[in-house]
Design a protein around this ligand. Structure first.
Ligand SMILES: Cc1cc2nc3c(=O)[nH]c(=O)nc-3n(C[C@H](O)[C@H](O)[C@H](O)COP(=O)(O)OP(=O)(O)OC[C@H]3O[C@@H](n4cnc5c(N)ncnc54)[C@H](O)[C@@H]3O)c2cc1C
Length: 405
């Protein structure tokens, strides 16, 4: 009998979780499982702010996919998906194509610039290993160049971070530690460096407990970060950004580095393939299938689920992506085993911890608020747990964070 073909697109948190759980739930003779990913490695997206600031080497952030999958059960293809032809049950790759009976789309998200002019062209975004490396090297280049020029251009030492959400704040936390190192390394006066966070919303870290936000802001300000809250970026330019606070209060901020960390949308393939989507994210059914597509599951940043309590979408997180991956693996196993009833996904919010550099953080875990080294310890445990869930103790031993003091 022909084995059903399962194709998983993307080996991030959602895709790898699906693959590693599925390989345990079905026998080698029961299904043909193929995992496709752009690179032969998985990267911890949640650690990319560290690689971008240069506080953690990018090789620490990634590991070989082949090390965590059972190659007797899962075939890995390094390839780039281009489009999904749902009617033909096919995925087009840059090189070749794949047929499927069941598909899992776990391609992650992309930076959303909300149509703000010039941001795509002139701002960097923390998206993957290569963009993180580029940001780190760009900032270093600015510092290295500063003192070699006869006429000093102070704007080389200005870094603007667009967005005071989770990613922006975590990146600022790393910069707070990295900038003094760079100043020392390149003989730059710390007083000349400007780190400016521009946020359109009236507060930092919307949705976080106000007391924790206050702690984070005070911590980052002490490290030299200036906050421009209630201020919208109107345009990115080759020289920096144009911002506005109210209608008439328009200002140009010249900056050698602009990082856009304020928005995320689903992978472009979603819309290209004709799925109904909101900002590239598909509002999935309770069992994580795409509406109208009984054989297509979508997880992670390319999916969207509504938090019924507040009638707003859950923010896209690794925590949700991993939990979805577990449910999809069980639902695929059920389909393979001819069970008609599929499990509905319920989000189990285990808390959120936002780092503020290597040894500080804020967060809520197990229903308790925490700050400082305690929260930082918790953050590292969360990071290690994500490794453990996918690759077990050996992966934690290789890639885990043990700098807990
Ligand atoms: C700096 C930063 C910090 C964050 N911190 C946290 C945090 O502390 N906690 C938390 O829960 N969430 C955090 N997040 C959010 C979290 O990282 C994402 O929600 C999560 O990575 C989504 O998982 P995913 O499986 O959907 O996608 P990803 O983990 O991004 O994986 C997508 C995979 O698909 C691959 N891919 C993309 N396009 C293609 C293609 N065309 N063909 C083949 N492969 C492709 C990519 O290479 C990648 O391997 C953070 C995000 C950032 C950027």
């Amino acid at each position: 009998m022909r084995k059903p073909k399962i194709v998983i697109l993307g080996a991030g948190y959602g895709g790898l979780m699906t693959a590693t759980r599925l390989q345990k739930a079905v026998g080698a003779n029961e299904a043909e499982i193929t995992l496709v990913n752009k690179n032969e490695y998985h990267y911890e997206t949640t650690w990319l702010h560290e690689a971008s600031a240069g506080t953690l080497h990018h090789d620490r952030v990634r590991y070989d996919i082949s090390k965590v999958i059972d190659r007797n059960k899962v075939e890995f293809i390094q390839g780039t998906a281009v489009e999904i032809k749902t009617e033909e049950k096919k995925v087009l790759l840059e090189k070749g194509e794949l047929e499927y009976d069941y598909l899992v789309v776990a391609l992650g998200g992309e930076s959303e610039t909300f149509g703000i002019k010039g941001l795509k062209e002139y701002a960097y975004s923390i998206s993957n290993i290569n963009s993180a490396r580029q940001i780190r090297e760009h900032i270093e280049y600015q510092f290295a160049t500063y003192n070699t020029e006869k006429e000093k251009d102070d704007t080389r030492l200005t870094i603007v971070v667009g967005g005071a959400g989770f990613t922006g704040i975590e990146f600022l936390g790393e910069l707070g530690n990295r900038i003094p190192e760079l100043c020392k390394e390149y003989d730059v006066d710390f007083e000349k460096v400007k780190i400016i966070c521009v946020e359109a919303a009236p507060m930092v870290l919307p949705g976080f407990d106000p007391e924790l936000v206050e702690y984070a802001v005070a911590h980052l300000e002490k490290k030299g970060v200036q906050f421009r809250i209630g201020t919208a970026i109107k345009e990115g330019t080759p020289e920096g950004i144009i911002v506005a606070k109210g209608e008439n209060d328009v200002e140009e901020i010249k900056a050698g580095t602009v990082i856009w960390a304020a928005g995320i949308r689903g992978n472009a393939i979603i819309e290209k393939s004709g799925f109904e989507a909101m900002r590239g994210r598909v509002k999935v059914e309770a069992d994580l299938r795409a509406p109208g597509h009984d054989n297509v599951f979508i997880v992670g940043d390319s999916s969207l689920m509504i938090n019924e309590e507040i009638n707003r979408p859950y923010p896209p997180t690794a925590q949700i992506a991993m939990q979805q991956g577990e449910v999809v693996a069980r639902n695929l196993a059920a389909l393979i085993h001819n069970k008609s009833e599929l499990e509905s996904f319920t989000y189990d919010n285990k808390g959120t911890v936002c780092s503020l550099g290597e040894h500080d953080a804020i967060g809520v875990a197990f229903g308790k608020k925490m700050v400082g080294t305690k929260a930082s310890f918790m953050k590292k445990m969360i990071d290690n747990r994500a490794l453990y869930m996918i690759g077990g103790a050996s992966l934690v031993a290789k890639k885990g964070k043990f700098n807990v003091l």
